[in-house]
Every structure is written in C-alpha cells, then in structure tokens.
Design a binder for this molecule. Structure first.
Ligand code: N01
Length: 534
C-alpha cells in the first residue's frame, strides 16, 4: 500500500509491546496502523535467530497477562523458551486477536517529523510508504539498533559474516568451517557452545569476560505449569506490584553480612546448584548495592569458572575481575565455560591483543592473523536510544532528537520528550525498560499511554508535551536511583559505553517498576503535573 494516509495513531514496531499496543489502542475506537521493519511479528524474537537464542526469564511469566484465555491455552514446552517458541507465540497472538490486519510489514520507518501547524506526525518509511498521525507510539525496542564495530577491511572479507541479531532465517551451517565469534555478552555466551558443537574450529574473541551462571533450562514440569495456570490472576497481580515486574517466591533476602563465612558458602553452593542466574543474584539482598558483599559473591563465581575450565590460563582469562557482578547484565548459559574444554575452541583476549583489521581471509590482531571462513558479530546494540534516533526524528522547530540527546537522553517519566509532542515511547530511556520483565512492564506502559490518549481525546486536546525542567527533575530521579546501586561501576551498554562517542549516562530507571508506576500515576492524578497541553 502506498500514499500518505491519515491515522489517529501510528505504532512503530510489531514486537511484544507493539502487538499489545494495537490490541489496546484499537479498543479506544481510534484509527491506527502499525509499521514493522521485519516480514513477521515478534520484534526481538523475530530478529534474534542466532544459534542458542533463548529467553532467560521463565516463559510462564515472560508472556502476556492481558487475556486469561490466552494464558490458560498456551503451552510453553520449556522453562526458558527458545527463539522459535517465542516467535510462534507472537504469531499466535497476532492471529488470535486479529492484529495482523493492522500491520504493514517490511516497512522500516526512517523519518518522523512533527508538523506543529497541523499538530500531526509525518511518518515515512524506507519503502516509500508515508502516513500522518496525531499520535505515534514508538514500540521499536531497546535492543534493536545493531552494533557492528567499524573494523577496517570488513568489505574485503571473502567469507561470510553475520550479526547475531540479523541472522538468516534459513540458518548458517558451520560444519567444516573455521568460525570466529566476536563478543561474549549474553548473546555470545548462548551461541558459543552451540556453534562449537558443529564448527571445525571456533575462535572466541573476548574483550571483557562476563559473569555467567547456569540457566538450568528444562522441559516444563506439568505441576509447575499447573501451579501457574491455577494462580495466574494472583501471580500477575504480584508481578504488576513488584520492582522487576516479576514473580518471586521463596526469597532468601538478607545481607551477606548476616551470615558467617561458612554459612555464606553453603548458601552460595546451594544457590549455584539449584537456582538459575537471575535467582542466584537474589541470594542476598546487598549484592547489587554493597561492593564488599558483591566482591564475596563475585569471588565465589570466579572460583566456579576456575573449577569448570581445565586450562588454568584460559580459566583466568575468562574470570571477570574489572567490574562488580551484576553491574553488566548477568548472563545465563548452558555449557558456556565447558565449551572451552573442547579441542576445537580457542579463546583470544582482544583487550591484550586487539583486533586491527578484517582481512580477505580472516581477522588480524596485533599478534597475527586468524584464518576464518565465517565471522559472527555478537557485538550487541546501540541500546535504548539507538532505535529512536535512527528514525531521524524531528520535533518542534525542526529539532533533531539526536541533537536533543547529544549529552544523553532526557525524558519525562521515560515516555515523553520535551519538544516532541504526542510521541510516546514504550521502554524508552528513563523507564524501567530492560531492568524489568519487559512483556509485563510493556503491557503496563501501553495501558498508561492508552489512558493518556483517551484523556486527551475526551478533553478534545490536540497536543501533549512536557518541559525541559520536568525532564531534568525526572533525570535526577533516574540518576539518584542508579547512584544507590553498583550499575555505574561497569562499562556496559546500560551506560552507552559499548558505542564509541556515546555519552556515558545510565539510561534506565532502576528505582523499581512498582515505584515507576506509582510516579507516573501520581503525576497524572496531580492534574497531569509536568505535562504541557495545547
Ligand atoms: O550484547 P552485549 P549482547 N571489539 O553488548 C563485545 C539481551 N539479551 O547481544 O563488554 C571487541 O551485552 C563486548 O565487549 P565489551 C541482554 O539484555 C538477552 O550479548 O563491551 N568486542 C561484549 O562482549 C543483553 O545484555 C538474552 O568489552 C566488542 C559483546 O561484544 C543484551 O541483550 C540473550 C566490540 C557485546 O555484548 C545485549 O547482549 C541475548 C569490539 N569493538 C541478549 N564491541 C536472553 O534473554 C563490542 N564487543 C538470554
């Protein structure tokens, strides 16, 4: 379909939040259209098809809550779903609720311009599609703008190269191939053991070692599933009131220092043997806030790495020592460290021996050339802000969002940017985003935005904006919340450190999803305090 059509609402992205936004906003009786870059639904779980891609939050809770019939009917075969199951679920939801008819696929939005005379957004996509809308809901993901480091010579490489988040649907055969993978974050850690099983040789290029803990994935136990299905309303209610939008039970939640060293060790050993990584991180209450507590737990994890990896020199290279455990997103693996005990896996420390260029036949580091047939970039994303700024967004007075955010993103309550009226972000900077369970938190944010739009329409208002002073106030709350944790202690994508030149700002509200909800609701109840209407 071509031509500039007028809608009340345009939604960008048909991932989990975008799909729910279609469902929810349609209930308001407004006209809407969703533009999606891919040729299918699912967002993150559409794009990330790399070997081993799997969610690390239990699927019984990492799923929609808005429809009781859906959550009763759907069966999750595994505790932590692989990409294919999550994509199948997104497709089921799109069909079950008749959402697909509102989506235009292969329509990557690359221009969003606010026309202040009309109070409307003009939307354009790479394929030439144009539209206008009173409101835009940007549900375009926190981890979608791909980061491929600018190594010289990539265009000369005669083999194949892939970024993990743009993986070919038909898959990549590794049999008989010399494969190099750059990056050891959550993605690299999931891919390494799987690629190692079939590649002739796998060379892992590691810049910073990651703390990774066992995932303990397994087939869904029928009793566990039944316990969830019998109690979904209560458990969902608990999740909506929780700091991480997650369901937690049997919490042992006291300070490391409430225990003797022997008790601590026993608790940590029990946790390591039975709890997945995210639960392990909640063994004690102060792992994320006290450096001393954190160091005790980090040393325990380093001990585990040393006990798994047989070559002591390789084990030492794999031990993270330069930042607190949990200050970068904790990784969860299935056989990651064990993969280094295979004869066909080699580890290269590219901090000591940096990659200098891609050659026609491989990768060169300062120490020499590594001949490769396939290079896998598990190098992450221009996270949180990249999916917004790459759309070439201009607001009042033609101001570019990239200029506005040159020193770091500013938002009011994580969803509205001063000077960019009627543009609502889901999981935007300054929201709990990636530090809360994203499907549940996304549902809440979509409901919140739908409420704002409904109020606007009921009052006959044309424009909702905020003011820089309210952005400053909210940024201060975001900063203060982060300041009470150890998150600033690591060079992570949470602070933009993975992208050369990106300002170092902690971009996520870590004060808790529950607190965030309360703050949003308070400001609205207070007569939309901090908002500016026209
Ligand atoms: O990306 P990352 P990711 N030269 O940015 C390295 C979610 N996720 O795709 O640490 C050499 O974490 C970089 O090194 P360094 C999850 O939230 C969830 O793995 O910057 N190396 C790092 O090792 C996660 O946090 C799931 O020094 C370079 C790696 O590449 C987020 O997505 C699964 C480099 C990038 O790690 C992102 O994870 C997967 C360079 N120039 C992802 N540039 C689950 O739910 C970067 N690196 C399980």
């Amino acid at each position: 379909m071509t031509g500039s059509e007028e809608y009340d609402v345009v939604i960008v992205g048909a991932g989990f939040s975008g799909l729910y936004a279609i469902h929810r906003i349609r209930q308001l009786g407004l006209s809407l259209r969703c533009f999606e870059a891919g040729d299918g639904v699912g967002g993150t779980w559409y794009w990330n098809r790399y070997p081993g891609a799997r969610v690390d939050i239990e699927s019984m809770q990492y799923s929609y809550s808005f429809d009781e019939g859906l959550q009763q009917d759907w069966k999750w075969p595994e505790y932590f779903s692989p990409q294919a199951d999550l994509e199948a679920y997104a497709n089921h939801v799109a069909d079950r609720f008749g959402l697909r008819e509102h989506i235009e696929f292969e329509t990557r939005v690359n221009r969003l311009r606010f026309d202040e005379a009309e109070n409307r957004w003009h939307i354009a996509a790479e394929n030439g599609r144009t539209a206008t809308a009173k409101y835009v809901v940007a549900a375009c993901g926190s981890l979608d703008a791909t980061n491929v480091p600018a190594f010289p010579g990539l265009d000369t490489f005669r083999g194949q190269w892939y970024h993990t988040s743009k993986w070919p649907k038909e898959g990549v055969p590794f049999e008989g191939k010399r494969v190099g993978i750059i990056g050891t974050g959550s993605t690299g850690i999931q891919a390494v053991p799987v690629i190692a099983r079939t590649a002739e040789h796998l060379t892992v290029f590691q810049r910073t070692p990651a703390y990774s803990l066992p995932a303990y994935n397994r087939a869904t136990d029928p009793e566990y599933e039944q316990a969830w299905k019998a109690n979904y309303p209560d458990r969902r209610a608990a999740m909506f009131g929780n700091f991480a939008a997650s369901y937690m039970e049997n919490e042992q939640y006291r300070s490391v220092f409430d225990y003797t060293p022997e008790e601590r060790l026993r608790i940590l050993e029990e946790a390591w043997a039975a709890r997945n990584g995210l639960l392990f991180m909640r063994t004690f209450s102060d792992i994320g806030t006290s450096l001393e507590a954190n160091t005790i737990v980090a040393e325990f994890v380093r001990g585990k790495i040393r006990s798994i990896v047989k070559d002591p020199a390789v084990a030492e290279m794999l031990c993270p020592k330069t930042y607190p455990i949990g200050a970068k997103r904790i990784c969860m693996d299935t056989g990651y460290f064990e993969a280094y005990n295979r004869d066909n896996v080699t580890l290269v420390d590219v901090r000591a021996d940096p990659i200098t260029e891609v050659t026609p036949t491989g990768l060169r580091t300062t120490a020499g050339e590594h001949e490769l047939d396939i290079i896998v970039f598990a190098t992450g994303f221009d996270a949180v802000t990249g999916s917004m700024t790459r759309m070439n967004v201009t607001g009042l007075d033609g101001r570019d969002l990239r200029d506005k955010w040159a020193d770091g993103p500013t938002t009011y309550l994580g969803f509205l940017v001063a000077g960019f009226p009627n543009l609502f972000m889901i999981h935007g900077p300054g929201s709990p985003g990636v530090l809360a369970q994203m499907i549940t938190a996304g549902e809440w944010q979509v409901d919140f935005v739908a409420g704002v739009i409904a109020d606007m329409e009921a009052a006959g208002r044309q424009r909702i904006d905020t003011a820089p002073e309210w952005e400053q106030r909210w940024n201060l709350e975001v900063e203060q919340a982060a300041g009470q944790t150890l998150y600033n202690e690591a060079d992570s994508w949470y602070v933009g450190a993975n992208i050369p030149g990106k300002p170092r700002v902690f971009m996520i509200y870590i004060g808790g999803f529950d607190r965030y909800k309360q703050r949003c609701a308070e400001q609205v109840a207070n007569g939309y305090e901090g908002f500016v209407f026209d």
